[in-house]
Design a binder for this molecule. Structure first.
Ligand SMILES: *Cc1c(COP(=O)(O)O)cnc(C)c1O
Length: 422
């Protein structure tokens, strides 16, 4: 066999320029192709590596899964379009010309929508809980029911967060039943400075159970922090003309949890709030201030782009304009409307489907929906489409749920289905 002379790294990299990747990345692709096999098919290998790199850059995708808050797709979709190359007044008070705080604007609007005295915004809910504990309970004890020592997706474990914050965990009650007496005893014996109530977002305990209400914890004489996680702002959903959808069930809401006596609530921005990835701490002004002035607050603060996306969402809540909150717009679409969109895409494959809220919220909840159901597994063809379409495969059928698809993308889906020869 004649051994082929390998092309130079630079030559090979240049031959891949049409992938659109910057030269240094093409050089990496070329090097890795040259070192990983013989010279005969080095061009093909290099192109494969470069295309994989290009495909995995952060990009818009079409979510056809029907999972409204899909962790792999950034949970809630938001509008992050802003100031093409311009400055902002992020920390400038435009009225006085003095230095302002990024925490003075959106967080105060958020406090208003959830009926809190004050609020601050941090990187995510995990950091919100961590900051609250570090600011209010460092080197002191925090009482938590054994039924609420939960793990949320991505390794957020309440006992570990408490340890990391420098607070000491005092476990109260049992896995299935905890009473207010258990908390009272712990507070008397253990120098507990706050009680923490954690929403069991992603699972349920059924049967012989008992848990302590926020209003009962509020009677015990130490501050009550409620990590509601999922970020429903108000159980009455005043931003929805038709009121709260039935699938929300007994989801705790920030406003009602504060009204029940919680001193602080913490929640995510990108779950039922429908905003960007942030964590919110809202409630009693003095406690919020203690959090804002803790050194960790500086480390956990969000950037201007995120605050801008959040501001749009919060203004939409204040305007009671659910159409401007993509999550709520999609969550409340009617099955009839979705089915007629599906029929325009493909009369043959249009079908009713089931969406889910996702994001580790409302386990087991299904929302009647509609889309395309095609026999066979076409998930790979769909994922490799440009733009990528992410779908579900159940029982050998490809499901494209239109609830989570922007109507402007229906044509893309129609073209991708035609390309399948379907
Ligand atoms: C989701 C969730 C968290 C974590 O929120 P992130 O914003 O993902 O950090 C914490 N607590 C509860 C109860 C949650 O549901």
């Amino acid at each position: 066999m004649v051994s082929q002379h390998p092309p130079s790294v630079d030559q090979l990299a240049r031959s891949l320029e049409d992938t659109g990747l910057p030269h240094p990345l093409l050089v990496d692709a070329a090097r890795s192709a040259i070192s990983s096999g013989d010279a005969s098919d080095v061009e093909v290998r290099a192109r494969g590596i470069a295309e994989k790199m290009a495909r995995n850059l952060l990009t818009d995708v079409i979510n056809g899964t029907g999972v409204l808050l899909h962790t792999n797709m950034g949970r809630a979709p938001v509008d992050v379009s802003m100031n093409s190359g311009r400055y902002t007044n992020l920390e400038l008070d435009l009225v006085t010309g003095e230095r302002g705080s990024r925490q003075d604007r959106v967080p105060q609007l958020l406090a208003k929508v959830c009926g809190a005295e004050a609020a601050i915004v941090v990187n995510n809910c995990a950091s919100a809980v961590m900051l609250v504990l570090a600011a209010l309970a460092r080197e002191e004890s925090v009482a938590v029911s054994r039924g609420e020592l939960v793990e949320i997706g991505g390794g957020f474990r309440i006992p570990e967060v408490i340890t990391q914050s420098g607070a000491k965990l005092v476990e109260v009650g049992t896995t299935n039943r905890t009473r207010v007496k258990d908390f009272a005893k712990a507070i008397k014996k253990e120098n507990v400075v706050l009680t923490l109530s954690v929403h069991q977002s992603n699972y349920r305990i059924e049967g012989f159970t008992e848990s302590v209400k926020i209003s009962e914890l509020a009677e015990l004489g130490v501050p009550v922090v409620a990590d509601i996680g999922s970020g429903l702002i108000d159980a009455g959903c005043p931003w929805l003309e038709s009121g709260p959808p039935s699938w929300l069930m007994n989801e705790p809401a920030a406003k009602q949890t504060l009204e029940a006596g919680a001193d602080l609530v913490t929640f995510s921005g990108d779950k039922l709030l429908g905003g960007p990835q942030v964590g919110v701490i809202a409630g009693n002004a003095e406690l919020v201030n203690a959090c804002s002035s803790h050194p960790l607050a500086r480390a956990l603060r969000p950037g201007g782009l995120v605050l801008n996306a959040l501001e749009k969402i919060v203004l939409a809540y204040l305007n009671r304009d659910s159409d401007a909150i993509p999550f709520w717009r999609m969550a409340t679409l009617s099955v009839e409307d979705l089915l007629s969109r599906a029929k325009v895409i493909s009369e043959q494959w249009a079908s009713e489907t089931l969406s889910t809220p996702g994001g580790g919220t409302l386990p087991g909840v299904e929302i009647p929906s509609a889309g395309l159901v095609i026999p066979g597994d076409y998930s790979e063809e769909m994922r490799l489409n440009d733009p990528p379409i992410i779908c579900r495969v159940v029982d050998g059928k490809t499901i494209l749920d239109l609830r989570t698809v922007h109507p402007d993308d229906d044509e893309v889906i129609a073209a991708a289905i035609t390309a399948l020869g379907k």
